[in-house]
Ligand binder design. Structure first.
Ligand code: C5P
Length: 254
């Protein structure tokens, strides 16, 4: 089974306290997103990688992507259709793909044929998770091959969880939430294109606050996506200290 990877990369990264969106911050001499794209393009089960950037993006065009990604650049398509929320960016990317399957002049025939087939699996992965590996992506694709719904990478919650009162002002503990059965969602999250697009269209824009990942859109319609054991190393770069951690993790992998 093969899939298309869709990478939402249209965020402004406000929590990084940086003028540069986090996907373009320097990570070992390259923009952070280059690590993410290389891992996806290196997975045998990924036919095409589609990056969704903001229509106002000023950064993408300033890099030499051929130098960063080599020949695999031929399987990369960039769409300037990012939205105001992550969910909207994903929905817009899927809509653009449905309307105009693969327009990249560089796309090879296999990817073109695949993109026009009805049963496309779409693996959504945050640009901001650069420590994912090609092996993890391929293992996930194998696990979901015969699944009726699709699924996500996640890790069981390890810490004790507290619910706070006075959430912002002077937080104090209201009570402890049992952590048994709780999982922390990551990406990749993989679903068939049609049901995923329909679920996002059904939820947006009214329920945008609830739809913080793809699975939550499918859950709203009564589906129960599969939980696949991820890795704590697959961190999402959100705060400046996460960038330091990502550097250490990528260096340790070499
Ligand atoms: O902000 P957050 O960490 O949730 O972003 C996760 C991913 O979603 C990032 O790769 C970011 O660029 C992307 N995103 C997007 N469109 C938005 C907001 C975030 O593509 N409007």
């Amino acid at each position: 089974m093969t899939a298309i990877a869709l990478v939402p990369a249209a965020g402004s990264g406000s929590r990084m306290a940086s003028a540069t969106p986090k996907q373009y911050l320097d990570l070992l001499g390259q923009p952070l997103i280059a690590h993410t794209l290389r891992a996806l393009l290196g997975a045998a089960g990924i036919a095409q990688v589609v990056v969704v950037i903001s229509p106002a993006d000023e950064w993408w065009a300033s890099y030499d992507w051929a130098a960063l990604l080599g020949e695999s650049l031929a399987r990369l398509l960039v769409l300037r259709v990012g939205g105001v929320s992550r969910a909207e960016s994903v929905m817009n990317g899927l809509t653009a793909l449905a309307a105009a399957p693969i327009e990249s002049p560089q796309a090879d025939q296999q990817a073109q044929d695949f993109a026009t087939s009805d049963d496309i699996w779409v693996l959504v992965h945050d640009a901001a998770r650069p420590c994912i590996t090609s092996q993890q992506v391929d293992a996930m694709i194998v696990q979901l091959e015969y699944d009726a719904v699709g699924g996500i990478l996640a890790v069981p919650v390890a810490d004790t969880l507290k619910v706070a009162v006075n959430h912002s002002a002077e937080p104090r503990i209201a009570h402890t939430t049992p952590r048994a059965g709780l999982w922390q969602a990551q990406t990749p999250q993989m679903f068939r294109r049609g049901p995923l697009l329909a679920a996002l269209q059904d939820a947006l824009p009214e329920h945008v606050a609830e739809i913080t990942d793809e699975a939550s859109a499918l859950e709203r319609l009564g589906h129960s996506p599969k939980l696949i054991m991820g890795s704590p190393w697959n961190l999402k770069v959100t705060y400046p200290q996460d960038l330091e951690m990502a550097k250490l993790l990528l260096q340790a992998n070499r």
